[in-house]
Design a protein around this ligand. Structure first.
Ligand SMILES: Cc1cc2nc3c(=O)[nH]c(=O)nc-3n(C[C@H](O)[C@H](O)[C@H](O)COP(=O)(O)O)c2cc1C
Length: 408
């Protein structure tokens, strides 16, 4: 992706954080993107038009009715590959969520084509941010497909400590690049669609649930969000995707064929049926499968005893059976570790290559995962490692590997 081919429209609204957003303008310009800036009249109280002109070499756009630019609200919306609002005031967020279009900035949102990313980086006082109107608007915009960036916490310009600070400019730039990469991948893959539409993938998702008695269960904390996202991205890129998911797992917002499981046994049966009935090119096995099943007690175990003993029986490794059931299918295994050292990680990853003959193993460690970070390490059988910063990048990496394998 050539950066100079990518056009970014940055909208600034009236917040003290305008000076910080100048850092975003500067970084994107220096990285080689074409950047145009639209300033609200209020934002001009915080920074000058000359600041933007100095940073980008282009005069910012400030007036909807300036002679010669009256169609800017349409032209700019078409020109942009991505629109970023940073900082986004409560006023702007609430206006666009309610469809107002009384100036250039709000009309740009009404003219937006949702095939392209529209990102909003809020910046405001905590009470304004948490105000039900603002939260309602943020919820509405998310439903429309707008990317609402996190806010940072800390000391605000008003002297309060709380949420609502503009996200760090470095992180904003990262978000912009990752959204561009993602939308670019989908668009750029369009000519490949004929070639790749026959690729069939099975994605497994969520955690198994093992009954202890008629009402109690043992399960794990897998949500299926990563799998849902991967399935969604692959389906949107044109692949045929089957999604075998735990009953309570996240679901992809895309056209995929869904199959459900609850227990280990269900998953095993579904796997056997699907793998024998279909000729999958790839299986992406993200499901968190219980290593043990419980010797189930029928009825309800009485709660009189001080201690009860459960008998857990080892389950076979489903990952290791996939190639036996479908030898030509390529396989992506997932390995989650908890605060493991480098040596242990490599050993666990190598074991998956050895025992399951995976083509790729995706590793992540719980210690690296937080509210704002979810990196993955993608290993090939030669133990070459690529890092994906987040689920988006992981999906893209897997999509690229699948396409590359097709053209070999
Ligand atoms: C010093 C100062 C700082 C302000 N900072 C913010 C802010 O960070 N976030 C916000 O939502 N509004 C802030 N405001 C209020 C907005 O500037 C005001 O709502 C304005 O109408 C926004 O217009 P715009 O959204 O068209 O740019 C601030 C106002 C002043 C005077």
């Amino acid at each position: 992706m050539s950066k100079s081919n990518k056009n970014i429209l940055l909208i600034m609204t009236g917040s003290i954080a305008c000076y910080k957003a100048c850092g975003v303008v500067s970084a994107l310009h220096q990285k080689g993107y074409a950047v145009k800036v639209v300033l609200s009249p209020s934002s001009l109280q915080f920074i000058g038009a000359a600041t933007i002109e100095g940073l980008t070499g282009e005069t910012p756009i400030t007036d909807m009715y300036a002679a010669g630019s009256v169609m800017d609200h349409i032209h700019l919306a078409r020109w942009a590959d991505l629109i970023l609002v940073a900082p986004a005031t409560a006023n702007y967020i609430n206006k666009i969520a309610n469809g107002l279009g009384d100036d250039l900035l709000t009309t740009l949102f009404l003219a937006h084509d949702f095939k392209k990313p529209f990102l909003v980086a809020p910046a405001m006082n905590t009470m304004m941010y948490l105000h039900p109107t603002t939260q309602d608007s943020i919820g509405k915009l998310k439903k429309f497909g707008v990317g609402i960036l996190e806010t940072a916490s800390g000391v605000l310009a008003c002297g309060e400590v709380g949420y609502g600070r503009l996200l760090d400019p470095v992180l904003i730039v990262q978000e912009v690049e990752s959204h561009l990469q993602k939308s670019g991948a989908v668009i750029e893959s369009a000519p490949l669609k004929n070639e790749i539409k026959n690729i069939k993938v099975l994605v497994t998702s969520g955690g198994t649930t093992e009954p202890i008695d008629d009402v109690r269960v043992i399960t794990n904390t897998s949500t299926g969000k990563t799998a849902a996202y991967i399935a969604e991205q692959l389906a949107e890129a044109g692949l045929e995707v089957d999604y075998l998911h735990a009953i309570n797992a996240a679901l992809p917002k895309a056209d995929v064929q869904k199959y459900e499981f609850l227990t280990f046994k269900d998953l095993q049966n579904q796997f056997e049926n699907l793998l024998t009935a279909n000729n999958y090119d790839w299986v992406i096995h993200t499901a968190a499968v219980s290593d043990y099943s419980v010797d189930k007690t029928s009825g309800k175990i009485s709660n009189d005893a001080d201690q009860i003993h459960l008998v857990l029986k080892r389950n076979p490794k489903l990952l290791n059976q996939i190639k036996e059931l479908s030898p030509s299918t390529k396989l992506v295994g997932f390995k989650l570790t908890s605060s493991a050292n480098g040596e242990t990680i490599l050993e666990k990853v190598s074991q998956q290559f050895k025992n399951a003959s995976c083509e790729l193993v995706v590793h992540n460690d719980l210690s690296e995962i937080s509210k704002t970070a979810h990196p993955f390490h993608v290993y090939s059988s030669s133990m070459k490692e690529e890092t994906a910063k987040n689920t988006q990048e992981l999906s893209l990496t897997l999509l690229k590997k699948i396409i590359e394998a097709r053209s070999l």
